[in-house]
Design a protein. Structure first.
Length: 157
């Protein structure tokens, strides 16, 4: 009869310790990969948020510029205003440019508004604007009844 000897308790403990160390190393590597992925996603999310903020500012500035051209009138704007410049503070680092093209008699004007930010990124809007009829006075734009904005705001709360 052959007798088998059981492994010593010391060898069993050292084998367990070796596996525990390997488990900790593998867990650390997996945790590191997960953290790297989360940081990468957070960086991309922040970059996308900053880009969308710039696009929102550009859209608002261009909308205001085109509304001003519409209020003044395309023909009057061409005769009395500059075709480029800087926006008012706090957006004074942003530049604007207008390109107004007349097509034919009775046709609307083609207006291209461009805004450039401090990084020299360009945002464009192309639209058509009809000229204001001649010999018309500016309409009264004040509301017939005063608007109490604070009361409206408090009513929504």
């Amino acid at each position: 009869m052959v007798m088998r000897t059981l492994p010593s308790v010391h060898r069993l403990r050292s084998a367990r310790r070796g596996w525990a160390l390997i488990d900790v190393i593998i867990g650390g590597v997996i945790l590191g990969i997960g953290l790297a992925a989360v940081i990468s996603i957070a960086e991309r999310s922040l970059a996308m948020q900053q880009r969308s903020e710039r696009e929102l500012v550009a859209a608002q500035l261009l909308d205001g510029l085109l509304n001003e051209v519409l209020a003044v009138g395309v023909v009057e704007w061409q005769m009395s205003r500059a075709s480029d410049g800087a926006f008012d503070a706090p957006f004074d680092k942003w530049q604007w440019q207008l390109d107004i093209q007349k097509h034919g008699l009775g046709d609307p004007y083609s207006v291209m508004a461009i805004a450039r930010d401090d990084r020299n990124l360009e945002y464009r809007v192309d639209t058509l604007l009809a000229p204001r009829p001649e010999n018309t006075t500016d309409p009264v734009r004040t509301p017939e009844t005063p608007i109490d904005r604070e009361a409206r705001y408090e009513a929504q709360q």
